[in-house]
Design a protein around this ligand. Structure first.
Ligand SMILES: [Ca+2]
Length: 650
């Protein structure tokens, strides 16, 4: 303003029109105003020049803007020591500032607390899978056979008591009653004794899936019942069905080759009088093997999967995995090493086809469909083949059957060797184990243990739970094993899936008094039942331990931690589960019937710290107590299981 008004008397009057917007004024500004700055205030005494400024009257504050320096003037000042110094100072300040920011950024990245690594685990990695034999769980209409309504009534036990959302439902297809080979008559229909209306069952499955629960079914691609309509058509050489089964033409006098059944030395061939040819049956003569080298049969199996995936089924347990595809060339006479029929390479390609179907239905996170199977007789390379990798993915979970866990003669070193046989760093990184001990096809865990060690079988059952729930992999648990149900009183294989024993009332709460259960209960059901398993007198029961260990298994280190094992003497097995930067655990198991003291030097074979907290104790002692291992030891009574917790590393 002042400049504007001051400049007015000297204004160029002939430029009035231009002055409407801007006014050119001569300002009494000595050039040395700059020189003063340069010389630190020691400017020239005599102002000689005036500078021209353009003043914008529309600007509210009327601020004056200056014209820039000419080239000569710039050069003049460029070498002035003041500006040279200032330039250097600014230059150095810029780079010092830039470097400081870089160092700070690196320091933040290096020093800031990082989130520990968590692998991308799916529901079938984190949950236990609970296997129920559908017709043996609960009878709702008092006809002695378990049914869908009964299962619905008892779902709370699975989800709330056992904290399990994954239900593996077996023995529910329309099949020939109680054939050991699960002789399916229709893979897309449920057994009317379980539920008359297949549509109603499908709706129930869909509802479970909506509620976040998972229903898994068996897939039995190896064979069907001999009474399946496919076999009848195939025996009559009807159209496409002609090659649905594995046939070998030839004289009825002797089978085409020496191929034997899976679990016996009997011939795997029987002569069919309709077709006048031999059919292959690796599991039972009642159940002819499907020809899985025939792409039309493979399409039928895939269609069955799609039918159940559409209904909301979350996965399949694939039965008889090792026997699925056999050599299509039945003229190969000798199978004494079982290489033509067991773990035959064609099975791998078949599994890839099934995997693609499962992947196509795995649309959203948390809703993936799983394929798994138990293997009984395969070497390490064959087991790895069943997982497959990269572009040849096959099963999500492979469960090598852990028979050692029900052998009381298997000491600490024996169990260590068993575990080290099935796990490896590669398996822990890329593959996933299933941990299965009991199932529908063999004597129950408790029956086997009670037979070989009548005094300590309950303690041994608890040890089996600890190993099944705390070693790496998904526990596949057979109904009733959690509290120690034993085989039913029948002599047939049906005794392995006798009715669930809920309590000590007549018929064990499975069905009402006076009704004959379709399979006889175990003679010991008054002691071995779910209700009894909840009661603690002195020691922790296997059922209470099962529930506590299931809770413990939710810890990151048990979910995806690395596993290391060592032993003390013959009887103490110790293993650590350690996920980097999470609290980690050491489980101590005394497999012998004498007391053992474990010191910090015994624990030295695993990674330990002086201070530890007791997370689990099979006699429920000292739980949550802090131990200083420097001057304390862990005392193990016979068959004790103790889990110690250690703080996470920084
Ligand atoms: Ca019923």
């Amino acid at each position: 303003m002042t400049n504007h008004e001051e400049g007015k008397p000297n204004g160029a009057e002939n430029d009035k029109s231009e002055l409407e917007d801007t006014t050119a004024v001569e300002i009494d500004l000595p050039d040395e105003s700059k020189t003063q700055l340069i010389n630190g205030g020691a400017g020239d005494e005599h102002p000689e020049k005036f500078k021209t400024a353009i003043i914008d009257p529309s600007s509210s504050d009327g601020e004056v803007s200056f014209n820039g320096l000419g080239k000569d003037e710039v050069l003049q000042y460029a070498n002035d020591p003041f500006w040279v110094r200032l330039r250097w100072i600014m230059f150095i300040l810029f780079w010092v500032g830039w470097l400081a920011m870089l160092v700070t950024a690196i320091a933040i990245i290096v020093l800031a607390p990082r989130c520990p690594h968590r692998p991308d685990l799916k529901w079938y990695h984190t949950d236990n899978v609970y296997q129920v034999y559908g017709k043996s769980f609960k009878d709702s209409d008092n006809n002695g056979v378990g049914d869908l309504e009964g299962l619905k009534d008892k779902m709370d036990y699975i989800t709330d008591d056992l904290k399990t959302k994954a239900l593996w439902l077996s023995g529910i297809y329309k099949a020939e009653m109680e054939k050991s080979c699960m002789g399916v008559l229709d893979h897309k229909a449920v057994d009317p004794a379980f539920e008359k209306d297949t549509g109603k069952f499908r709706s129930w499955v869909k509802k479970q899936r909506k509620d976040g629960k998972k229903v898994i079914l068996d897939l039995i691609p190896n064979h069907t019942s001999k009474k399946h309509q496919w076999f009848e058509k195939s025996a009559n050489k009807e159209g496409d069905y002609k090659d649905f089964y594995v046939w070998a033409e030839g004289s009825s006098a002797s089978p085409p080759n020496n191929w034997k059944m899976a679990n016996s030395d009997e011939s795997a061939w029987s002569y069919d009088n309709t077709r006048k040819a031999w059919y292959l049956h690796q599991i039972s003569a009642d159940c002819p093997d499907l020809n899985l080298n025939n792409s039309m049969v493979v399409e039928e199996i895939k269609d069955i999967m799609k039918y159940w995936f559409d209904a909301g089924v979350s996965g399949f347990n694939i039965r008889d995995l090792e026997y699925l595809v056999s050599n299509p060339d039945t003229s190969v006479a000798d199978d004494s090493d079982r290489n033509q029929t067991r773990n035959y390479m064609g099975t791998l390609h078949f599994l890839e086809e099934l995997r693609k179907v499962a992947d196509d239905f795995s649309d959203k996170p948390g809703r993936e469909r799983v394929l798994y199977a138990t293997v009984f007789d395969a070497n390490r390379a064959q087991i790895e083949g069943y997982w497959g990798k990269e572009k040849n993915e096959r099963l999500h979970i492979v469960a090598p059957y852990l028979k050692e866990l029900v052998q009381p003669t298997c000491d600490a070193k024996c169990i260590k060797a068993m575990v080290e046989k099935v796990i490896s760093e590669e398996i822990e990184e890329e593959q996933w184990l299933g941990l299965q001990v009991g199932d529908a096809d063999r004597s129950r865990i408790t029956s086997t243990l009670a037979q070989s060690d009548p005094t300590n079988f309950e303690h041994r059952l608890l040890i089996t739970h600890a190993l099944q729930l705390l070693l790496p992999g998904t526990p596949l648990v057979y109904y009733g094993d959690e509290f120690g149900q034993r085989d039913g009183a029948d002599t047939s294989a049906a005794r392995f899936h006798a009715p669930m024993q809920w309590d000590n009332t007549p018929n064990a709460g499975f069905t009402v008094e006076g009704v004959q259960p379709y399979i006889n209960l175990s003679a010991t059901y008054a002691q071995d039942n779910m209700e009894a398993g909840k009661v603690i007198f002195k020691d922790m029961t296997p059922l209470v331990a099962y529930e506590a260990l299931t809770e413990l298994r939710k810890q990151e280190s048990f979910q995806f931690g690395k596993t290391k094992l060592c032993t003390v003497g013959d009887n103490v097995l110790m293993f650590s589960r350690h996920a980097s930067r999470f609290p980690y655990f050491i489980t101590l198991v005394n497999l012998g019937d004498s007391k053992v003291t474990v010191t910090s030097s015994d624990l030295g074979c695993l990674e330990t710290k002086d201070e530890t907290v007791v997370s689990f104790h099979s006699r429920d002692e000292q739980v949550s107590a802090t131990l200083d291992m420097e001057d304390q030891s862990v005392h193990l009574e016979p068959f004790d299981v103790v889990v110690l917790k250690f703080a996470a590393d920084d």
